[in-house]
Design a protein around this ligand. Structure first.
Ligand SMILES: Cc1cc2nc3c(=O)[nH]c(=O)nc-3n(C[C@H](O)[C@H](O)[C@H](O)COP(=O)(O)OP(=O)(O)OC[C@H]3O[C@@H](n4cnc5c(N)ncnc54)[C@H](O)[C@@H]3O)c2cc1C
Length: 281
């Protein structure tokens, strides 16, 4: 399988990347780790005439802390996230999720920004971003803006990014240790048949639950969250709340799993993730 021909640019700054995107308009796509875009190009599902490779844009890489937020550059790889001792201490949901993505080759090349921008309905980072109430820092032709994770994933493989915009970084608040990511994976790829991210905020007495893999977009399981409001996280309450994990979702059904199976996985994984997170103190 060979892709359609394309021109290749490798800018060394974000400003240069944005200028290339502005110059080439709809013909251009940015290239991050290439682990979703390149297979799509080989299958001719995507035929960009111009690729703008972000791999030399240093300002899009790395993990830092600013104004009480953890800032993760969009080009930071899954492997870099998995091995960060800073994140293990400050936001352990990220270091728990990263090693569950694909295999070592995928983790060494694939990026968190590429995964979020691609918005695959079975990807692992989107529910994590939702459960953490992440903010997406976006750079574009008319400056920078922030998009809340809750408004970022608009449809299957669609996001709130506008033409010519680049996802620059992901910002999250530090959390305590009471977090968990539990997924049932599709055995060949590792993608989620159902993945559940949970953050238990003990100070606010609140549980955040987000699910991937069972619907066209990842979503916050708000009925589960409401069912757990204002009381202790006992096994009985968690089990009861998990029953409504898939309530209201338009469930996917394909060769990897029926809608009923996905609904069942959602109940099981929501229960397991909340039990695991609440046991971590
Ligand atoms: C065999 C295999 C197994 C995998 N298993 C899993 C898995 O278990 N879980 C999982 O979550 N994922 C999995 N993936 C996907 C992997 O995580 C990819 O790395 C990810 O989906 C895309 O990231 P990327 O950096 O490779 O982006 P690319 O493929 O380079 O880009 C993807 C899309 O996002 C756009 N884009 C990239 N970066 C930006 C940016 N900064 N701003 C704006 N747009 C941008 C590109 O233009 C393109 O449209 C797997 C992939 C493979 C090949």
């Amino acid at each position: 399988m060979i892709s359609a021909p394309f021109d290749y640019h490798r800018p060394s700054s974000l400003a240069e990347a944005l200028s290339l995107l502005a110059r080439h308009g709809d013909d251009a796509r940015v290239l991050a780790g290439g682990h979703s875009l390149v297979p799509a190009m080989k299958l001719r599902l995507a035929e960009p005439r111009v690729l703008v490779d972000l791999s030399r844009v240093a300002e899009l890489r790395g993990i830092s802390e600013k104004d009480g937020r953890i800032v993760i550059g969009a080009m930071t790889t899954h492997a870099e996230l998995a091995s960060s001792s800073f994140l293990a201490a400050k936001c352990p949901l990220l270091t728990e999720t990263a090693p569950q993505i694909g295999d070592i080759q995928v983790r060494n090349k694939g990026t968190i920004g590429g995964s979020l921008a691609h918005a695959d309905p079975a990807a692992d980072w989107p529910p994590v971003a939702l459960a953490l109430d992440a903010e997406m820092e976006v750079a574009g032709p008319s400056g920078s803006r922030m998009i809340a994770a809750a408004g970022f994933f608009t449809d299957i493989m669609q996001t709130a990014l506008r033409p010519g915009e680049v996802l620059r970084a992901i910002r999250v608040r530090p959390t305590g240790p009471s977090v968990a990511y539990v997924k049932t994976e599709q055995k060949a790829s590792g993608f989620a048949l159902c993945g559940v991210a949970v953050v238990v905020d003990r100070a606010a007495n609140r549980v955040s639950v987000a699910i991937t893999g069972i619907a066209a977009t990842p979503f916050r399981a708000s009925q589960v969250e409401r069912a757990l409001e204002g009381g202790p996280l006992t096994a009985e309450r968690i089990g009861e709340a998990a029953r409504v994990a898939a309530a209201g979702a338009q469930l996917l059904s394909d060769m990897h799993g029926s809608a009923d199976y996905r609904a069942h996985l959602a109940q099981v994984n929501v229960r397991r993730a909340i039990v695991r997170a609440s046991a971590r103190t």
